[in-house]
Write a protein that binds this ligand. Structure first.
Ligand SMILES: [Zn+2]
Length: 271
């Protein structure tokens, strides 16, 4: 069994603010992320995984502490990467696990809710469905026929994931948002215990969620300002839906995903 574990920061137990990315908090944050990654690795090993790849997926993607990560896993880190948060996934994997994930921009009581870029992105729809990083990245795994089997993060992320990926998904909520930048969190050790158990259960259970497949793709990205949409609309074949929304249609989800990344990068130049 081959498993990819994508690890973000915002949904990790004890994390409530991007200030925790600042120098005085950063080592603690890195340790918290690494320990939750290890809990997921432990769960995957208990379920019989023979190959485990961890993708460090927050911001600079150099958060996980390499020599504190369990030695059974390989680590993909650094950015930018073509498949970003799920770099490394392909059709040889049996399942993908999202650790420390968060809800889509605009989610009430979603701890640090955003969708790839807080600065620029006000909303994303794929084929009419509102998606955040959970849905966008599950679509990449789904492109390769791989299901997302377990999502850990805050309560709002767990609910969003379940609504999108269905009742066979195992979710491990580790904190409940009190607004965007506050939360009631499990102790990190208890969170890790539940993550290990959840990942194990998700990989062992017979019925797994179906891979999330978007084909053909209609991507709609709403930006915070018209100037940002002006820049995103420079992408060839993109269409302006309204002042702040740009649409892109394609048959291939990976192409659409790369266009999304390019749009966000362009929009950032107008931020
Ligand atoms: Zn992040």
């Amino acid at each position: 069994m081959k498993v990819l574990i994508s690890v973000d920061m915002e949904g990790v137990a004890g994390i409530v603010s991007w200030l925790q990315d600042e120098p005085e908090h950063r080592m603690i944050t890195r340790r918290l992320m690494t320990a939750e990654a290890n809990a997921a690795i432990e769960g995957a090993l208990a379920a019989g995984a023979k190959e485990i790849v961890v993708a460090d997926s927050h911001n600079t993607m150099i958060n996980l502490i390499p020599d504190e990560l369990r030695p059974e896993a390989r680590l993909i880190s650094g950015s930018a990467r073509p498949l970003s948060m799920v770099e490394g996934v392909d059709e040889t994997f049996d399942g993908v696990v999202f650790v420390g994930y968060h809800s889509a921009v605009g989610t009430p009581n979603g701890v640090l809710d955003h969708s790839y870029s807080s600065r620029t992105v006000a909303g994303v729809r794929v084929n009419g469905r509102r998606v955040g990083e959970i849905g966008i990245n599950a679509g990449i795994a789904g492109y390769f026929g791989v299901p997302v089997v377990c999502v850990t993060g805050d309560q709002a992320a767990a609910e969003e994931a379940r609504a999108l990926l269905g009742p066979e998904l195992v979710t491990v909520p580790v904190k409940r948002g009190i607004g965007r930048v506050a939360a009631d969190s499990l102790h990190p050790q208890e969170a890790r215990r539940r993550i290990a158990a959840g990942v194990r259960q998700a990989l062992e259970k017979e019925a797994k969620p179906a891979p999330l497949v978007f084909k053909p793709v209609e991507l709609e990205v709403r930006f915070h300002t018209t100037a940002m949409a002006d820049m995103a609309n420079l992408i060839p074949e993109s269409q302006r839906v309204d002042g702040t929304t740009v649409r892109f249609r394609h048959d291939d989800y990976i192409v659409a995903f790369k266009v999304f990344r390019a749009m966000v990068t362009l929009a950032y130049s107008a931020a």
